[in-house]
Structure formats: C-alpha cells, structure tokens
Design a protein around this ligand. Sequence first.
Ligand code: ADP
Ligand code: MG
Length: 931
Amino acid sequence: MTDIERMFSPKAVALIGATDKEGTVGEATLKNLLQGKGKHAVYPVNPSHTTVAGLKCYPNIASIPEHVDLAVIATPAKSVPQVVEECGVAGVDGVVIISAGFREIGPEGAKLEEEIKGIRAKYGIRLLGPNCVGFARPSIRLNATFLRDSPEPGTIAFISQSGALGSAILDWATVSHVGFSLFASMGSMLDLDFGDLIDFLGTDPNTRSIIVYVEGIGNAKKFMSAARGFARTKPIVVLKAGKYTTGAKAVQSHTGALAGDFEVYDAAFKRVGVLRVDEIGDLFNCASVLDSRRLPSGPKLAIVTNAGGPGVVASDKITDLGGELAKLSDSSMRALNERLPPYWSHGNPVDVLGDADVDRYEHAMTTLFGDPNVDGLLAMCTPQGVTPATDLASMVVRLSKDKHKPVLTVWMGEKGVADARRKFAENSIPSYATPEEAVKTYMYMYRYRRNLDLLYETPNEIPVDLMPPNSHLRLMVRKSIADGRLLLSQADADKFLDAYNIPRLGGGFARGEEEALMIARRVGYPVVLKIVSQDIVHKSDIGGVVINITNSEMLAHEYNKLMDRVKILRPEAKIDGVYVQKMAKDIDYELILGSKKDRDFGAVLLFGSGGIGVELFRDFAIGLPPLNQVLARRMMEETTIYKALSKGLRDRPPANLKALEEVIVRFSSMIADFPEILEMDVNPLSVGDGKVFAVDVRILLDPNPIDRSSPYPHMVILPYPTKYVVPWKLEDGTDVLLRPIRPEDEAMESEFINGLSEETSRYRFFNIVRNLPHSDLVRFCNIDYDREMAIVAEITEGGRRREIGVGRLIAEPDRRRGEFAVVIADQYQTKGLGRKLVDMLIDIAEERRFESIFGVVLRDNAPMLSLCREMGFSVKYEEDYARVELALRVSSSQSGVEAQPQSQLPPAPPQSQAQSPPQQEPRESAAGISQ
Ligand code: ADP
Ligand code: MG
C-alpha cells in the first residue's frame, strides 16, 4: 500500500483539534468520523481536554498507542506547522488540514504554508488541503469532513477544488440519491492535487467514474499523465470554472490573444480523454452514462417517436449542438415503408404515430439498429390513450441488450411513465424527462468517444537522422535573449521555417532603398514591402505593408512613402528597414498557425482562419505538442474553415490537406525543440495553387530562464523517445527490436507477464504474478518518459510481434538515483539480452545524470547477481534479498584516478518544489529483477 492508499483507507484516524463545543469544525468533524461506523479507530487529540464525545482524548499525536494512518487537523492556522511536525515524527502517513487562514488571508498565511510545505517534504508525509472541507469515502463508511450531511455510498468519485461548491453539489446529490465512492475537497493543494487523486482512484475498485470541479489544475503534467492512464476505463468528467476570465496579460501575438486559459484547458482535457461539461447537472449525468462499451462511433442520431412535436424539438437540438440527424439507408426506408402505416414520417425522426404498439416500435428500432448510417438511437414515447408505456420500456430493454449502439430514452410525463423509467434505471439505460437533455447527453457521449481515440496517439520525436540542423538557431536565440531583442525579425524567423522545411515565400531584409531594389530583383516582381521594427507588431495596422509593387520605380516611390507614413504614425518607433517579399498570387485561403506558452500547460499550438481578421472571426483550434498527422488533422477538423479546406468554397479548390498536416506537424516539432519561444505566429499561412506557404512570421522569445534539466521543460506531454529505439541481435542471431514501451503495448505486456515461469515471475515481482488488471498494466505501459523509462525487447515471429523482455528504470523523487528492474522470458534467457538491457538502463541513467542506479534482487537469483557483479555493481545482502547498486559518478578520492568525464557534469538541479513535489507513488514496477 502506498502512503496515499493508507491515508484514504486508514485503520486509525486522529482528529487534532477535537472538541465538544457545538458549532465548531472540530465538533462537526468528530461527529462525522464517529458516525460512519467504519472499521477505523478514532482518536480525538486536544491538550485541553481529557475526554471528548465520551472518548479518551489524547494530549498529542505521540501519546496515541497505535500507528495513525490519517490525521485530520482542525486547529488554528498558526499551530498547524507544529502539529504537522508532530505527525511527521509520529510516522503518520497522511494529514488533512481542514483549518483555514493560509494563502487566502495574505502574506502571513502564505508564509505558514511555506513552512508546512517544508515540514511535509522532510517527513514525506502526504497532505490534503489546507483550507478544505476534508474527504469522505462512503464506500468504506469514513467521513473525514465537517459537512452536515453524509454522502451515500456509490461508484462515483467527486473531487472538488472548492469546498463550498463541493458541499452544495453534494447536497443536491444527496437529495437525488446519487452515491459516491469518494468525495474530496482539494483546498489549496499544497501537496495532493488532481493528478494524485486520479492516480489513486484509477486503481480503487469502488470507483467507476470520476467527476471533477476544477478552477486551476495544479501540476498539469501530473494531471495529464494520470488522466491519460485512466480515462479509458474510468470516465473522467470535468467542470472547469471561469469560462470568461482570461488572463488579461498584454500579448504580442494573435495566438496569445486567442488562446485563453479556457480554450487551453479544453484542448488539454480532450487530449487525455477527459470530458468537459458545461453544467453541474451534466457532471452526474455523464458520470453515469459514459460506459466505454456503449458509445456512439459517430454523431448521427436516429429518433423514434410516437408524436411529431418532441421529434422536432430533438432534431433542432441535435443540429444546434453540432450533431447530425442520421439519413436513413434505402433498405431501412423500404423496411419501414413495408411495416409502418402509410402516414409515417418517411424519414428521420421516425414518427411511428400516436397509435403505435410495441410491435411497431420494435420493428422501427430493429431497423434502425441495423442501419449503418445510424450511430445511436433516441427512443421517445409520449403516452397517448392506449400507449403501453411500460411494455414499450421492457421491449427497449430487451432489444438493446446485445447492441453496441447506445440507446437513450425519453418517456414523457410523470406518473404514467414512472414504471418505465424505473425499468430503464434498473437496466442502466439512460432516461430523460426531455428530448433536449437526451440529445445533449448523446453529444457528450460522442465527444467522450472522440477524445478516447486520441489517447493512444503518442507522436514520435523526430528521428535522429532527420533532425533539422538547428544548433545555429539555438545560438541565435540565446544571443537575442541576452541582447534583449525578444521579437525576432522576419528574416531571422525565416531561418526557423527553413530549418524545419516549412515552405515560405522568398524575401529578405533590406536596410535601405538600394538593398530593397536588389532583393526585389532577386525574388522577382511583383513584390511586397513590409516595415521592420522591434516596436511595430502588427504592420498592416499602420499601413506598414504595401502589396503588389510591380517594378523598380514603383518600389522606390512606395519605399519612401512607406517610411514617411510610419514616421508620422509611429514617431517613437525605431525602424530597422524593410522586408521585401515576393508577392503571392491566387491565394485561396489564409490560415494562422501559432504557439504560445500557457501558464499551466506549457507550449500550446493554434490553427485556424488567418489573415487580418483572425481576432474578429475567432475560428481556431488549440492543440498540445507533440503532434503527429492524426492529431494535426484533428485540430484542422475542429475549425469552421476546415469545411472549405476539405471541400473547396465556391470557385476555390480544396486545400492540399496532406501538405497542411505536414506543415502543422513540423511546426509542432519546432516548438518542441525550442522552449525559448514564448509566442509565435505564422499569419497568414497561405494556401494557393496546391501549395502551403508562410507569408508573415513572428517569433517572440521568453526572457525567463529555461529549466534545462529535461529536454522538454515546456511540454506536459512528452514525445515518444525514438532515440532509444535500437535494432539488436541475441547471441543466437535472433533479431530483436529494443524500444521504449508504449501505451498500446498493454496486450503484449500482459501476455509476456502471464507467460513467465513461476520462478522468473517470483524473481521479478517477488511473488507469482498472473493476469494483472488493466489498472496495473496501464501503469506499466503508459509511462511518463521523463520520470521513468521501460525498454521492451520485441521479436517478430510468424508476422506477430512478441515481447521477450523488458528493462525498467524509475527515477527516485529527487532524481538522484534510479531504481531498475529487468525481466526476460524464460526461453530467451542466457542469450545476452539481460546484460544488454541493464547496459541500456545504465546509459539512460547516466544521461539523466543520476548519481547511481540500484535494484533489489532475490537472494536465490544467482544469475542476476552474478551479472550485476560482473558489471561492477556492489552487492549488499539484506535478509531474503540483495541490494545491487552501481555508482555512476566516480569520486577521485575513492578511486584514486581522475574523475570520469560524467562526474564533471554539474549535478542535476534539484527539482523545484512548486513544479513537482516528491512522488510517493506505487513503485511496484521497479522492484525485483529476473533474467
Ligand atoms: P501584419 O500581420 O503585420 O499586418 P502581414 O505580413 O501579415 O503583416 O501582411 C498583412 C496582409 O497582407 C496579409 O494577411 C496578407 O493578406 C497580405 N500579404 C502580406 N504579404 C503578402 C505577400 N507576399 N503576398 C500576398 N499577400 C500578402
Ligand atoms: Mg500577419
């Protein structure tokens, strides 16, 4: 069990600040803790009482006779650091700080928080809060909150940033009999945040879905990797507050102005399979219907109804929400014509008329289930006279049993349809009071399904041999930042496009008229003149762009006019010169491609309708790097202009989408390679004559220092590290591919683990492991390449790929040491693979500047121990196992020789507390070695 697990399933709970005084938080919390009748023991702590609520009261945590897993702290803010310190000394696993009076009251409170943070880190104790309502786990009858009502048990976990809103929602849920596996209010998230809780809930058997109310996400990277791991098996539904509050920061680019917090959150959620909803009611609604086995594969809905009106309402709503009314196939139409009365609607919605009986409905629904143009069904019933509402419901339940297409139901009315609704509820068929609600839910189901498609898209790093020559750019960037020239000129920005093979128009920078004439002659008339100045961001706003200059006389004339104009309009601007560019003709579409660094999610990308009207039209999509072609296409599809790009618009031909896709992917690699880029616009990115090319490029550099301890400090999703992909041969000549593990390797990994002999399994896992659940396999396969690396050895046998070994390296929270583990399939042992994998892990550990690499080996695992000894590991025996460790930095005093080169590297910088608090996550994946 991890500390978090112990904290959330405690055997013993202490309440520090327990009291009998009515109306206090201490009293309310104690009542809740005692009322639950769960299996946990409760210890009140308060130095000024000897008994509280009839129980013995302890003066401090140290005097409690048993180990305390969870301490709930409800004492005044000032005393909290001392209390946490005492908890740390007593070895408490986790604390919940209910007390308020911290950051929210000002600098004094913030200082207290800092103090607590330090103490927490010293003892490695986990902490929820401060300034929170606490948490409750109705499924194990534990209520560590001061809420008035106890939530009912159920399968939904609810994590709320705001305690007040959380308890209001809980109130509503209690009335509606929605049950919970967990309710947690996060407070200021000094330690535990959304990512931690999702990680915990992902493996909690009582939780089927997770709903989240979030204001700000905390550690975005952690959230992304946790959500990505579990979104497929446990739907995560999020309500994000603050749709209309964007950081009112002065921005210099279109991308900066367009990509607000909300849009970025939306894109991030989508990328990791999380569904964002607009209303509180949707949170619960979606939590109960998002079953990944029954999601619509498309937006096309078919409606069956016995009354015209509600059908029309549903149709309108589906169009409003961007869905589609399914167009029925010819064979469906024939089948319906045959059996329905002549006055049926002859289309979708399928109106089976007011006198419809069970048979008629059944025939219509069976036809629609079989229609390939239909992705999902909405069955509606408006009881009229003899309508058998309950029998109809039974038929729907029976009919939908073995179907993959989802069915949603709307049985209109109250008393008359109560039995029908109960039937639907019992059989987990979504049922609504109005067509609008049903359609809205259908669209959410569809969106969730679409998000899930993206989960396994792990874009590659650019292969090393295709690496763009970019070192000179790195130097240029550094120099510009040092000189305080943060806005790169177009001529410098062009160099980036050229390095990454993004086509652009010919052109160049000219300091004066003569030079301008020369460049124009080189690129060929007609040309465009553009003013170049650090102080002018949007050139055409001040008449700084002159197009269609056809000859040298005209150029000379326009050049002088341009200079005069700019001097009058922007007298303070220091003018560097002009950019002379080839004039593009026959442009079909103007697009924008941009990037900016978001406060929470790091670098983001933007694609949309461009030109001078970008901010007016606001037609764009946000994505997160890295991108591959699929993800790039998805971004395009999300814009309105995509329709024109894919199909053409009036006399304009469609765009070359493949070329566009490629440009977007290259752009994304460029952004990944340059954390120094703060904002960048390519606007317009023009499309014409079957080509895509950049016309106007602007790069704004980040003056803040960049954390260089990882290659992608500005990204929350890491690319697939292709540099570790190595073809290799076993000693017997068998070809093996060594490569980092991928999320989609789950099935292969499972087969591999199940195929291990008992001995090998025990050597690796310390017991015999078979049929690991999905939640464990996700942990093995969907890894954060920054924190962990797993190299699988794969062979191809009869066209099928098989895993024959895997080596894993996990960084300790402080990143000074890495724990490794290796396991090889029995029939492939003693062929040199174990040595190769350990060697690769040593290499990776060195590259990450770890001080050492260590592992735990069972005492009787002689082959591994001898391999480690041979490779220079020290071996220390402890009870049943041995600890093997290899120092990666040789200190000269010890070895008596000159330090090896790697020891001259600066020590890895300590990780900043704010970004990545130490992790105490399950480490099972690194334990044990077998080869
Ligand atoms: P800014 O965005 O700073 O105003 P741009 O270089 O983007 O300056 O120019 C503004 C507009 O002028 C572009 O959106 C495009 O429509 C047009 N334009 C600029 N350069 C060219 C060119 N070389 N060929 C054709 N049209 C151009
Ligand atoms: Mg522009």
